[in-house]
Design a protein around this ligand. Structure first.
Ligand SMILES: [Zn+2]
Length: 350
């Protein structure tokens, strides 16, 4: 990367210990940071399909211990899908939140995605989460929150991955309603909605949300469709970024170690912010034109907004709390090799 501008990626995923070539996530992420010139990075954990939240919480915490420029956002985990309530003793949402905070996680990740909600059958506005959101609002804990997916994924014409039109998935509108049920109750939540909240084609709705919720922000993690929309009316979107420069954060969805295009992603999103060049975006490498944000706006988006929300320094990891978390939850780790490595790492924790 040629530019000298400092930047921080708020949206990096970390799934497994080893990549297909046998490199550990420590090596892969260190290498990614070095090659892209990322000043700092935030790794985020999801209770996701084949890679569960337990291992992601632990890997992101271990990475923080290894890299003093890394932040991590942890997630709530479940022993079964669909979720059966009540969860076993000591796994209520508030206890899990407090465990993550005690470990030294810097924030939370919330995943309110149609395929996940179908699988766990526990909507985000369920009373299960109430105490967690009340405490996170009080603590002003930064969250990355993914709502829905691009609306086109519900179209009956869509083929291939992520088709939600067969009537078995919650609708786009339902996921938004559930999310804003929570926000209405907890309007001061420090939320960064991922992917422009999938509303890049409805900037007026985003403005209403910003007006209503003082701590809400959005990230520029692709969705290629966002960049196609930006490209379609550069003067409008450049003005939108300027007007809401305090509410927009840099993110990429670089995924370690399963997505080989992590470096290219970071490169593309960075260039789409700071230059007016044609950039190839996303899996389909769609050509889009960069926003060429003015320097003051770019600096906020690239790093200052992140530091303001997450703090100037990552929280220190409490090794004893991390070890206790591993002991409590290791039986829920699905990936055998990752589990083996985590248990070895736990032995070295103080
Ligand atoms: Zn993501």
């Amino acid at each position: 990367m040629t530019s000298q501008r400092k930047f921080i990626d708020c949206h990096i995923h970390l799934y497994q210990w080893f990549d297909p070539s046998g490199r550990s996530f420590y090596e892969v992420l260190d290498d990614l940071q070095q090659k892209t010139g990322l000043e700092r990075l935030c790794v985020i954990a999801d209770e996701y399909l084949e890679w569960g939240g337990v291992e992601q919480n632990i890997l992101t915490a271990l990475y923080k211990l290894h890299n003093p420029t890394a932040y991590a956002n942890g997630c709530v985990v479940f022993p079964s899908a669909p979720v059966r309530l009540p969860l076993p003793d000591g796994m209520d949402a508030l206890t899990q939140y407090e465990e993550l905070m005690e470990i030294g996680m810097d924030g939370l990740k919330i995943l309110c995605k149609p395929d996940i909600e179908k699988r766990i059958a526990l909507p985000i506005n369920h009373p299960f989460y109430e105490e967690l959101f009340a405490k996170a609002e009080e603590d002003q804990t930064p969250m990355i929150w993914h709502v829905a997916d691009p609306e086109s994924f519900w179209s009956p014409e869509r083929r291939g991955r992520d088709c939600y039109s067969d009537g078995t998935y919650p609708s786009f509108e339902t996921l938004f309603r559930q999310t804003f049920d929570v926000l209405k109750k907890h309007p001061r939540l420090a939320v960064t909605f991922a992917h422009f909240l999938f509303l890049s084609d409805r900037p007026e709705t985003l403005e209403l949300i910003f007006d209503h919720y003082e701590n809400v922000s959005i990230d520029v993690t692709p969705g290629t469709e966002m960049y196609v929309n930006f490209s379609g009316d550069l003067p409008f979107y450049r003005a939108f970024f300027e007007k809401h420069a305090d509410r927009i954060l840099f993110g990429t969805d670089a995924t370690v170690p399963v997505r080989a295009d992590a470096e290219e992603r970071i490169h593309s999103v960075y260039h789409a912010m700071v230059t007016g060049d044609t950039v190839l975006m996303g899996r389909v490498r769609r050509p889009v034109q960069g926003l060429a944000l003015p320097q003051g706006v770019a600096d906020k988006v690239l790093r200052n907004n992140f530091l303001q929300r997450w703090g100037e320094d990552p929280k220190p990891i409490n090794q004893r709390a991390l070890k206790a978390y591993i002991n409590k939850y290791a039986h829920m780790i699905s990936h055998e090799e990752t589990k083996k490595q985590i248990l070895l790492a736990a032995k070295k924790l103080g």
